[in-house]
Design a protein around this ligand. Sequence first.
Ligand SMILES: [Zn+2]
Length: 643
Amino acid sequence: MKAFIRLQIQLFIILLFQTLATTAQIKPLPEKYQVLPFGSIKPGGWLKVQMQKDMNGFVGNLDQLVPELINDPIYGIGRLHKNSKAKDLGNLKSGDAAGNDQYKWWNSESQSNWWDGYIRNALLLDDQVAIEKVKKYINRILATQDEDGYLGIYDNDLRYKFTSENGELWSKTTLYRGMLAYYEYFHDEKVWKALVRAVDNVMQNYPINHSDPFNVGKDFSGGVAHGLTFTDVLDRMYQLTDERKYWDYAHFLYLNYSENVSSETDAQLSNILNPDYKLNTHGAHTYEHIRPLMVAAYASGNPDLQKALKTYLERVKNCTTPTGGAIGDEWIGGRTADATHTGYEYCSLHELMDSYTALFQKTGNMEFADQTEKIFYNAAQGSRNPNHSCIAYLKTDNSFEMMGSKNGEIEPDRKQTRYKYSPAHQDVAVCCTPNAGRISPYFLKSAWMKEGQNTLVAALLCPNVLETTIQNVPVKIDEITQYPYQNYFVFKIEMGKANPLRIKIRKPEWVKSIVTNEKYTIEDGFLIFDRNFSKNDQITLEFKTDVRIQEDLNHEKYLSYGALVYAKPIAANEIKGKVYATGFEDLNYNPVDLTLYTYLKNNKAIYKSGEILLRLENSKTKQDELVTLVPFGKTILRQASFR
Ligand SMILES: [Zn+2]
């Protein structure tokens, strides 16, 4: 009887996928906003200063800190073949689920994600020395492309012939994303042609609806599952060309991933449709897979996939802490987010943020822009070391020590070393540092978008300079602000000539009132400024708000003002660990005195010059005290939520 039921279920799943693959391609959905070519939006103010520091620090120097990983010629003379051995990455392999297969392709991820961040930082900062280095790198990569267009990490004996874990699509995704940025910036036709041929080569060798790229057996297949984000490349190429084949292929990849066995199960359609399923697998995968699901839903217009996307996002919400960090330490394991006990990986922060920017671009739903800012300005800033050029691999909202383990918890099955600050984290994996170099350029590329022919949309607020054209008239907008540390903005507008222009500026969810001399209307949560602008013009704007006290999923209280969450810093001793090079070392922190505070109803919280002052109960003395909270992103050890 059981076998019969199982057969029935299998038949149902097969029928479901057949229906989705054939009849479901109803009509693609229109995208709400257009992404501007990479490089149209450059950083300003504090963000530019921070990115320059990163280029002088862990972003600009990672190839010096782990040269054997970054310089591995894995796309060229060092391509993988049948007799290739797993590489020694210099890590401890403590708590890896993966076994040796992932160590074969892993350098492609480390180096291509690092280059992607490096390319984007170099271009956005007009860093001429770095740009020369980037040009040489691009030429080196182009020289590895085969006659038939293959641009990847496998020799002929392996490519497209896998029956187990591999990095075929993933090594391409990470490489092509950086190449796309380079192409969009320089309009370099030879790079574009190389990309078109390389993507065609994938589509020829894994033909749409007649191949099985995700059929790789039941063992660990994390690299294959990462490869689903090849849809990032396809989505952008669709946007740049308007050619349906890219979106159709992305739809195919998502369905093929869904109908095969995978070690990363969260985004598989049957699991999303199962109301009892809880997010369970590797966080970074779970959050990056929002994008393939989203692209499949848009490419097909299939209402079932749109519904699945909604369900999936609800599940992600249950994994998200007050600062926007979602469980990623590293497996989700059916848990609900907790400000003290669930950590987030820097990779998972980047992936979730990138997914939210793409969701905002496609849907126009403000909630996704608010979520993007929440992650970037809180969880992500709060996982950087405010005083040194290094980041936390894993971090929690409430951070009581950073000595390797999660707030001192012992993990029986592994020696945990991820809760510390490092410029490379080579003892675990060089994944988070490259992604920490990608996050700022990826945030910036979505700061402005375009709607139709004559509307510019300020989607994410930050200091930046936009340069684009509206109906062939050059437009430059310098967004001058200290945001999110202050909520005052000057949008300085220069145009080739006086011209009518429609500017939409997002009103964040926390805004209480708006101060401006301009006339505006409000539409879908945007302020709309629609008038004739002179050649040199400006809009000034201030958002007023109050201290907000909110409850997280565990009914703990946390405080925010504007886009920023605030935390009580905990004084710490700094202990040096491994030294990679002068100025590039691992740093651990233990608390000088770990006194925690309890929430008081009558707390009289006020905001005063960048700080929140309030009364909390000292849990040791049981006395009320006046406590100062500072922006979460400026802390190392901290208490961010209060019971
Ligand atoms: Zn990572």
